[in-house]
Design a protein around this ligand. Structure first.
Ligand code: GDP
Length: 197
């Protein structure tokens, strides 16, 4: 993917607020602080398009970024909030489900998981839920600049053990770092391939 233009288009909670121009969409989900904003900025070669923030649970809407006038990247709010109420959590959960389960333009889901550790219960729950959606999935291990190259296999093994990646046809896996710009092209290619399917 060659990114020529990118813009923040809209935030949405309800379906009536989703874009209406009929472009395909690729969604990104992950726990707060996993590096999702950084990945979006890195992929789109923008410094501050998606706000990076160290305060977990800040983004509470679906955020739509139009890329090359051609498709949307959809930033899905982080799951696993520590600092919000149960009611707020339920509302976010509903918003996420409404979007992921009904959006016909959605062509793929990227699930970000911190590559420095084994997937958490929240990560596993999100992944299991995503299986039920029957979408193409890319599992991205983030912050891999913090993992030694010769331990990348160990990261994959831990992810495979927790998620059963190798048994699933609809799931791909990628190590990523926004700091080192690791596998940015591969990420773009995965998205291109989903948009062409
Ligand atoms: P989000 O909450 O998922 O959007 O996460 P952010 O992109 O805001 O990043 C959360 C924190 O992790 C910030 O302090 C980032 O600087 C840091 N971070 C994000 N990506 C990377 C990465 O690839 N490597 C390292 N070492 N830190 C990262």
């Amino acid at each position: 993917m060659i990114v020529k233009s990118s813009e923040f288009t809209t935030s949405a909670v309800y379906e009536s607020q989703y874009p209406t121009d009929g472009l395909d969409e690729i969604a990104l989900a992950g726990r707060s602080n996993v590096g999702k904003s950084s990945l979006i900025n890195t992929l789109l070669k923008r410094k501050n398009l998606a706000r990076t923030s160290s305060s977990p649970g800040k983004t509470q809407t679906l955020n739509f970024y139009k890329v090359n006038g051609d498709f949307y990247l959809v930033d899905v709010p982080g799951y696993g909030y520590a600092k919000v109420s149960k009611k707020q959590r339920e509302e976010f959960g509903q918003m996420i489900q409404d979007y992921l389960e009904t959006r016909a333009y959605l062509k793929g889901l990227i699930i970000l998981i911190d590559g420095r550790h084994a997937p958490t219960d929240d990560d596993i729950a999100m992944f299991d839920y995503a299986q039920y959606l029957k979408l193409p999935i890319l599992v991205v291990a983030t912050k891999m600049d913090k993992v030694k190259k010769n331990a990348f296999n160990k990261t994959y093994s831990a992810f495979n053990k927790a998620l059963g990646l190798s048994k699933l046809d609809n799931v791909d896996f990628l190590c990523f770092s926004s700091v080192d710009k690791l596998h940015v092209d591969e990420l773009g290619k995965w998205i291109d391939d989903r948009l062409q399917e």
